[in-house]
Write a protein of this length. Structure first.
Length: 104
């Protein structure tokens, strides 16, 4: 595929309505969804800030103790136990967002 073809393919994707991708039985978002969508957005924003803040504080505390971890964190590969814990927490976060959206 050449660049011109790639650009045309991408343009065709953006020309489609959201309902053409997932064929829902109702509109993807309607006026009744606005409150839930706002709550989901606020929930995600709050979670993102808490995590961003805690990670940066943790890095700063460790740096004060002479421990540089930024690169180690970037390269870290979790073992099966930790990966299962991370997957579980991920599913809980997704469930809380879906709950805010009133998606069953």
């Amino acid at each position: 595929m050449n660049k011109a073809t790639d650009k045309e393919s991408i343009k065709q994707l953006f020309d489609k309505a959201p309902t053409e991708f997932n064929n829902p039985i109702r509109e993807t978002l309607n006026e009744a969804d606005t409150g839930g969508l706002a709550m989901a957005l606020l929930t995600l924003t709050q979670e993102l800030w808490v995590l961003t803040d805690r990670v940066r504080v943790l890095e700063a505390v460790l740096e004060q103790k002479g421990i540089e971890i930024h690169d180690q964190v970037d390269r870290f590969q979790p073992d099966e136990t930790l990966q299962a814990e991370l997957d579980n927490k991920s599913q809980k976060l997704i469930a809380s967002v879906l709950k805010a959206l009133n998606v069953n």
